[in-house]
Design a protein around this ligand. Structure first.
Ligand SMILES: C[S@@+](CC[C@H](N)C(=O)[O-])C[C@H]1O[C@@H](n2cnc3c(N)ncnc32)[C@H](O)[C@@H]1O
Length: 386
């Protein structure tokens, strides 16, 4: 059924009724809607949309209740907090008009429009374009068409978030299989003065257009995406943006610096994934006057606890040579029944390891499995709230 039916007065009534039934048994909800005279296909469409809206709350908060989605569109949509930050940066760079090439359900377009930018979204998939137009009503416009032939000459900047899924929903990792494909994006980088591109966090740095800035973004410690800021939008080679509870911290650098390496210390920092993936561990280490225990491992050892949003911090109680037997005995003698296991540079499977430890007791500790100067160690530590 087309989205238009859900936007009629009957459709809106069906959506409101479906929302009031949400969360229960779907078959019972469908029967309840039909018993209120809602035609079966409208009832099914309203229930599907209601389910998607509920799932969308994690990305869009309360706005989700008034938005429209397709399942694939929701899965690929940028979280509102990330889209808003990107939009603010575009505004700060003087962007007043934006072409969003492959706009999906319109999450980025919506944030940019709300930030005051005139946005035109281009979307090839008809149903998705219809959804984007509904989400953008009164805020941005949508063209149903192919982004690769869209004329971007009248816009201050271009944004592109290529689809990274093959038919059937499978993720694609080769940028050549992105849609629009990577050679189109590279061509844009060469011909438009301001381009921002959303890519996967693991995007191969060798493919980043020359002179572009790579920004890694994490939300509540999960690395969610990278943005490549090309042309006049670039400001530094690398940036890690760490969003926690809606508050952002930003670390910048060259991505080429090497952190000092040295002995273990009283505190151990586990840098945020955005910092690690941006190649900014050396910059982070200098913030806390720290060093690596091993040149290949991104744990930073330092003499004190420094307030930072770029890492978790632990007060180290013991650095033990790695041995299951020895650890089991230590944890038993301390009555540790609960361990949080973290690892870098260790092949251990934490779940199996936890079972093998056979813990019991009232105390808790963090256990960090890693290497120091090439040797496997087990670090017992307490998290420090910074
Ligand atoms: C990753 S999604 C965009 C998500 C969007 N940024 C958001 O946050 O809602 C990519 C979209 O590009 C569309 N697309 C792929 N190739 C396209 C093309 N050649 N022209 C226009 N749209 C295209 C896909 O249908 C998909 O909806």
């Amino acid at each position: 059924m087309s989205l238009a039916a859900l936007r009629t007065p009957d459709g809106e009534a069906a959506l409101a009724a479906a929302a009031s039934l949400a969360g229960g048994d779907p078959l019972a909800a469908a029967a309840a809607l039909r018993s209120r005279g809602v035609p079966p296909d409208l009832a099914a469409a309203a229930l599907t949309q209601t389910t998607l809206r509920r799932q969308a709350v994690t990305k869009f908060g309360p706005d989700a209740a008034g938005m429209f989605f397709t399942r694939a569109g929701l899965e690929q949509a940028t979280r509102a907090v990330v889209a808003r930050r990107r939009a603010e940066r575009l505004v700060a760079a003087g962007v007043r008009s934006l072409a969003d090439l492959g706009c999906g359900i319109g999450a980025d377009a919506l944030a940019a429009a709300r930030a005051g930018i005139r946005v035109v979204g281009v979307e090839r998939d008809e149903a998705t374009a219809e959804v984007a137009a509904a989400n953008g009503a009164g805020l941005f416009s949508v063209v149903h068409g192919d982004a690769t032939t869209f004329d971007v000459s009248g816009f201050d900047a271009v944004f592109c978030d290529p689809a990274r899924r093959a038919t059937g929903g499978r993720r694609v990792f080769d940028p050549a299989a992105y849609s629009p494909p990577w050679d189109f994006v590279e061509g844009l980088a060469a011909r438009v003065p301001r381009l921002a591109v959303k890519v996967a966090p693991g995007f191969d740095h060798d493919r980043v257009p020359a002179g572009a800035e790579t920004e890694l973004v994490s939300v509540d410690r999960e690395v969610v995406e990278a943005t490549l800021w090309c042309g006049a939008l670039a400001s530094v080679p690398r940036r890690a943006t760490v969003l926690r509870g809606g508050v952002a911290g930003t670390l910048t650098g060259s991505g080429a610096a090497a952190a000092p390496v040295g002995p273990v210390d009283d505190y151990l920092y586990d840098p945020d994934g955005a910092v690690v993936r941006a190649g900014l561990v050396a910059e982070f280490a200098s913030l806390v006057s720290g060093r690596l225990g091993d040149p290949t491992i991104a744990y930073v050892w330092a003499p004190s606890a420094v307030a930072t949003g770029f890492a978790r911090c632990f007060r180290v109680t013991d650095v033990l040579p790695f041995s299951l037997k020895r650890l089991r005995a230590e944890l038993r003698s301390r009555e540790v029944g609960t361990v949080e296991i973290l690892k870098r540079g260790s092949a251990i499977d934490p779940a199996a390891f936890r079972r093998d430890l056979r813990l019991s007791g009232r105390e808790s500790t963090s256990l960090l499995l890693t290497r120091v100067a090439g040797a496997q160690v087990a670090v017992l530590a307490q998290p420090v709230a910074l």
